[in-house]
Design a protein around this ligand. Structure first.
Ligand code: IMP
Length: 452
């Protein structure tokens, strides 16, 4: 079996596009849902029957009965958070037994990674590490402090990378953790004399004890997910790959260095699951009807005024993972066309269109002005992107609320022409329009143009 049965759902902006809702909708048409990158930095909110579920590690597909879910080898897993999430799901009647599998090769986020994340951010903030890049320049990434970067760093540094399978191999685990603790202590004792460091988190005996205990509780789920996925594909299963964190945060193709530490575009599927990317025939690109970003880094269309504030309040733009207010801006079609290109997007889902009701004019960015010249090419490097000025096209808005609209034809003219602009500029059809948080507040458009 090839292509058509496999789908990817990918965020096209800086995250929080509403991928959780989309995965939840599409899960019913698939047999297996797989996470392949990131960790508990992601936060997918799904509202089912008025009940709100916030998922960080467990694939959103878990909320669809009968669907198997897989945390692939490219994910970094914090066992404490995973256990917490499993417990929270169980308490609300969602049983993960026999439905959730975790790769034995997924790397483990340990408590010292979280301390290291905070410490690195503090060093960047205070400029201690900034001497080489310009004194007084804060280089802070604004991470979610979930230990993501340090865990991926250990993975590629190799000797100190702990994998889920190691939680079931006490001797291997101990060797790696002892080495990691020695190295990290030496590094941070030299650098962080004034910073608050919880040195208990670097105590190898304690780290090993806790990790083994958590590993034991997860034992039944830890497996070779590469074989599991290929066997499922071999028996005709339809697999849905659930991207986390989104394209412009991709470590290679995003706004580096203000990115996350994994390949969060569709390009991460191969390395993050062991399933070659060419098996994915359908790539659903998810975008918000406007832009948001959390943390540092350039955002050409950012609105730091009353309009931005109004969008933030209407869209309840506060992080699912950290609660931070999100930065808000107009839709950036230049960035989106780049995201469609590198992901090979075959269809679009436009989320939160209802948030834009009531604005007289809607602006979309169709070019960047750089040194007196206008370009329609995205410039992913943060230093270059920080210098561009957006070129806008103004479109008529729509006054009426659209939260009860159920067909594309039922949308007011301003909303309809906004969608047409997006489709025309990106050259990709819109198949889903979300007009509210609930599953039912979704307009689906079939490939012949009608509602489905
Ligand atoms: P990290 O992934 O915690 O290292 O954070 C790196 C950057 O990515 C920070 O700017 C975070 O705010 C951002 N980030 C990571 N995951 C997400 C997400 O799921 N949504 C939005 N921003 C994210």
């Amino acid at each position: 079996m090839d292509g058509p049965g496999c789908t990817a759902v990918i965020g096209l902006q800086w995250g929080d596009e509403g991928k959780g809702k989309l995965v939840d909708l599409l899960s019913h048409e698939h047999d297996v849902v797989v996470r392949y990158n990131g960790g508990a930095n992601a936060g997918h909110t799904v509202v089912v029957g008025g009940e709100r579920f916030a998922l960080h590690l467990v694939p959103s597909g878990i909320l669809a009965g009968g669907v198997k879910t897989v945390i692939g080898n490219g994910v970094v897993v914090d066992p404490a958070r995973l256990l917490e999430e499993i417990g929270a799901l169980a308490s609300r009647g969602v049983d993960v037994d026999g439905r959730l599998w975790v790769s034995d090769r997924a790397h483990v986020v340990l408590d010292y990674h979280k301390s290291e994340d905070g410490l690195r951010e503090e060093l960047l903030r205070t400029g201690l590490a900034g001497e080489r890049v310009g004194v007084g320049t804060s280089q802070e990434i604004g991470t979610t402090l979930r230990g993501i970067g340090p865990c991926y760093a250990d993975k590629v540094t190799r000797a100190t990378g702990v994998r889920m399978g190691d939680l079931l191999r006490p001797d291997v685990l101990r060797r790696k953790v002892e080495l990691a603790c020695r190295l990290k202590r030496a590094l941070f004792e030299g650098l962080a004399s004034s910073a608050h460091v919880d040195w208990d988190r670097f105590d190898a005996d304690e780290v090993v004890r806790v990790a083994l205990e958590r590993g034991e509780r997860l034992r039944g789920m830890i497996t070779d997910t590469v074989y599991l996925l290929h066997e499922s594909l071999g028996s005709g299963a339809r697999v849905l790959f659930e991207g986390a964190n989104a394209t412009l945060l991709d470590v290679d193709h995003g706004t580096y260095p203000f990115v996350t530490s994994s390949n969060s575009s569709v390009l991460g599927i191969g390395p993050g699951t062991g399933v070659p990317g060419h098996r994915v025939g359908r790539v659903v690109g998810v975008l918000k009807a406007y832009s948001t970003r959390v943390g540092g880094g350039p955002m050409p269309t950012e609105l730091e005024d009353a309009t931005g504030e109004r969008i933030r309040e209407r869209g309840r733009e506060y992080g699912t993972t950290t609660g931070r207010p999100r930065r808000v801006g107009w839709l950036d079609l230049v960035a989106l066309r780049y995201a469609c290109m590198i992901n090979g997007v075959t269809e679009l889902a436009v989320m939160l269109l209802d948030v834009l009701a009531g604005f007289e004019t809607l602006r979309v960015c169709t070019g960047y002005r750089v040194g007196g010249r206008v370009t329609d090419r995205f410039v992913p490097d943060a230093a270059d992107l920080g210098r561009v000025e957006p070129v806008y096209e103004d479109l008529p808005g729509f006054g009426e609320e659209i939260t009860s609209v159920t067909t594309r034809e039922g949308l007011p003219e301003g909303a309809a022409s906004y969608l047409e602009k997006i489709e025309g500029f990106l050259g990709v059809p819109v198949r889903v329009v979300s007009v509210g948080p609930d599953r039912s507040q979704t307009i689906r458009v079939s490939s012949d143009g009608g509602a489905s």
